[in-house]
Design a protein around this ligand. Structure first.
Ligand SMILES: [Zn+2]
Length: 182
């Protein structure tokens, strides 16, 4: 089964690779529609272009710790790309494993019905499949699931993240978490 939605020439298709319940399919449909509508909105483009975050730094002056704040513009570890390049790169539908430019985000989705151990979804660099936990589909809203799918899709386009302190400001987190707030 394939679920698809399109707006302003940006298309997202989700191909379901194993058995999903009707309720789960309904949630994914709503998630895809929210994802497409929100990603192509001017507000979301502005969110990406104006992304910034504050980091508190310190140095020692004798026995005293002196703190100050620094503002960083753009996503953390974004491979030297501008915010607009990142936005357009995701819009282009050019996945690492199928690099033709088709303005279509192809999501190959499998539900994982095992215990999720705190994780929402995952993917591997070596194949196209995105795995989403049954837990996530059951307990999260469609808007939240849209953010999760977009986070995993960012990996498919080539953006990664480590588990360091600033991971929330990397492309997959800032884009995926950001989408949920709209
Ligand atoms: Zn991730």
């Amino acid at each position: 089964m394939i679920i698809a939605d399109e707006k302003l020439g940006f298309k997202v298709t989700v191909e379901l690779l194993n058995q999903f319940t009707e309720r789960e399919i309904e949630k994914i449909k709503n998630a895809v529609s929210f994802l497409v509508k929100t990603y192509t909105s001017n507000k979301f483009l502005m969110y990406v272009l104006n992304y910034k975050y504050v980091v508190t730094k310190y140095r020692w002056e004798g026995l005293r710790k002196v703190y100050w704040k620094e503002v960083f513009y753009g996503f953390w570890e974004s491979e030297g790309q501008t915010q607009l390049e990142i936005y357009n790169n995701i819009l282009s539908g050019r996945e690492e494993l199928s690099p033709e430019l088709d303005n279509e985000a192809d999501i190959f989705l499998k539900v994982d019905r095992t215990y999720n151990a705190g994780s929402l979804a995952y993917t591997y660099k070596s194949n196209k499949t995105i795995y989403i936990y049954e837990y996530t589909l059951k307990n999260k809203t469609s808007n939240f699931i849209a953010g999760t799918l977009l986070h995993e899709y960012c990996h498919k386009v080539g953006y990664g993240h480590n588990s360091g302190k600033r991971k929330r400001h990397t492309v997959p987190y800032a884009i995926g978490d950001g989408l949920r707030k709209f």
